[in-house]
Design a protein around this ligand. Sequence first.
Ligand SMILES: [Zn+2]
Length: 227
Amino acid sequence: MIRIELDQRADLETYRDFSNLTVGGADFGKKIRAAHPAISVENFQDYIRAYYQDNEDLLVRGVREIQDAVGATSQDFFAAVHSVFDEDYSQNAYVGALSIFDCNPRFVETQSFQVFFQRDLAGKVGVVYHEILHFVFFDYCVRHCADAVRGRSVNDGSYWELSEILNVILLNQPAFQAIVGRPEKLFYPALAEIFPEIEKIWNDRPDMLPFVEKSLRVLDERKINKN
Ligand SMILES: [Zn+2]
């Protein structure tokens, strides 16, 4: 189940967390300022409240549009997920909030995420499935290769890198392309160099468990060699 909603308080948190953050070459503060040149650390609470008030119709319509688009495609998405992970994730509860900021964070603990409202519909739906694929991957790893991922962060390091790379590999496959309708690009420039090597591991043997174990080793070794 995927529910899309409005959550103004979540956007307060997003501003606090992202207004001064760069990750893997992605400058989130810059993205925030691009959409909201007048927002600042001093005025963000009033700014966000006013923005939600002034744009209520647009935001409510935005929620309905994604909810409809996701409703029409989620069955196919979970079928494609099933074919890769060999498990049915369609009954899990996933919650997405439309956001006025282009940060698109996800919270693994609560299986929730945000989607920037100024993307076009296909872009928003793409974010929804991108984030849910992360949740599926992390859940799968904890339950099937706990030893390989124990103590690892879902927000940085090899485990996180693998989740981003795997998303690009999977979402570009025909079964997922039929749903998201546009090529999935690597969002973090810092991962571009290692991407082909991990993609080759998957293409040589598209079997999740050995893929995770081998890819984590490769990503770990890459860090050791760099230091
Ligand atoms: Zn991601």
